[in-house]
Design a protein around this ligand. Structure first.
Ligand SMILES: [Ca+2]
Ligand SMILES: [Ca+2]
Length: 370
């Protein structure tokens, strides 16, 4: 302890402050970590401009990794895998009900990390502004994989996430979505390049979020099926659940696809707002391809094939043009209905793997599947 610190401590004690706050050593701009303890500390002590590089391996935190340290738009905090090394943060040693990573902060860039086996949600960003999540995986957890929540959720981008295998046993699968943007507000939030599959509840859920969210280049499939031998299974399995809890909001979905979900491919879920859905494909989902019974949705150039209930449930306030259920619009045939390649590794830039599944070669209707 320096003489100056000692004097400050003495002064604080003399003033009856009780617990003196000792100055912490400033963290270096770039921190390379290879132990769970160092990872925990680096995240907690980050300041604007800190770059945390995590060496390859599997980390088992015993408490939620969390930070309230803000970056700035020009000087964000970065949390990333070291080089091209494979980094997994595993929730196996966490107490029941804990999350792996909770951020209540602005301007973080997080990339190249897998968050797996969380007892509850894997990653939660609460009232975050300006965060970027690139090529992360949130998989096989006990509730939703990735969540944006809270008021002041502004200008966040989730790019190329894989979120699969999430299942809330306590709720019999009722709640675990791949990505949840729920219970909050704030504009400028974008989900792009996501692959959301085999989760117990929905692929993506925008329940009770009162500002428009944009979703594009996303695949949502195989959600809401009882893959856990749960005799009271309660997962809903909508590919895209675009509202709820009375919020009237014009979410936007472009060039995305839903297939093999137990529920509807795309649903307003009681949101009466002017939801915009363009150039999407809904194939072989259990219920409707598109369920928009009460909203004033604008549905354009969408393609619905082989869905359980019908292509569309469309209320009188819906604007519908250029979709294959509209009069005079032909249904093009798919190049392939074999989904095997959709599980392949992503391209080197992190984007979705190449597939001909559900492609048609037409530029006027349906998702381009990339
Ligand atoms: Ca549900
Ligand atoms: Ca849900």
């Amino acid at each position: 302890m320096s003489r100056r610190t000692a004097l400050a401590l003495t002064a604080a004690l003399a003033l009856g402050a009780g617990l003196a706050v000792l100055p912490t050593q400033a963290q270096a701009a770039t921190v390379v970590v290879s132990t769970t303890a160092d990872l925990t500390s680096a995240i907690k002590n980050a300041t604007a401009g800190t770059v945390i590089q995590v060496r390859g391996g599997t980390y088992y935190p015993t408490a939620t990794l969390q930070s309230t340290a803000n970056g700035t738009s020009s000087n964000p905090v970065t949390l990333q895998a070291y080089g091209s090394e494979t980094v997994k943060i595993d929730g196996l040693s966490l107490p029941s009900g804990d999350w792996i990573f909770k951020l209540t902060a602005d301007y973080w860039n997080v990339s190249g990390i897998t968050f797996q086996n969380s007892p509850d949600s894997a990653v939660v960003c609460q009232s975050c502004t300006g965060t970027n999540w690139n090529n992360i995986k949130t998989i096989n957890g006990g509730d939703s994989g990735f969540t944006l929540t809270g008021d002041g959720t502004v200008n966040n981008t989730v790019r190329n996430i894989d979120a699969y295998g999430n299942y809330d046993a306590a709720g019999h699968g009722e709640n675990a979505d791949g990505v949840a943007v729920k219970f909050g507000s704030g504009t400028g939030n974008l989900i792009t390049g996501a692959r959301l599959y085999n989760n117990s509840d929905d692929g993506i859920d925008l329940w009770s979020f009162s500002s428009p969210v944009t979703i594009e280049h996303t695949w949502s499939f195989g959600n809401g099926k009882n893959r856990w031998s749960d005799s009271a299974f309660a997962g809903d399995g909508n590919g895209y659940k675009l509202g709820g809890d009375g919020e009237v909001v014009a979410h936007v979905v472009n060039n995305s696809a839903a297939w093999d979900d137990a529920g509807n491919g795309f649903t307003e879920n009681s949101n009466t707002g002017a939801i915009v859905i363009n150039r999407t494909t809904s194939y072989a989902n259990g219920k409707y391809g598109y369920y928009f019974a009460t909203s004033s949705a604008k549905l354009g150039k969408n393609l619905a094939v082989s869905n359980g209930s019908a292509a569309v449930s469309k209320g009188s306030s819906v604007t519908s043009a250029g979709n294959n259920w509209d009069s005079g619009i032909a249904t093009p045939s798919f190049v392939s209905t074999d989904a095997t390649t959709t599980y392949n590794s992503r391209k080197s830039d992190g984007s979705l793997p190449t597939t001909t599944f559900l492609t048609t070669g037409f530029t006027t209707i349906g998702a381009t599947m990339n």
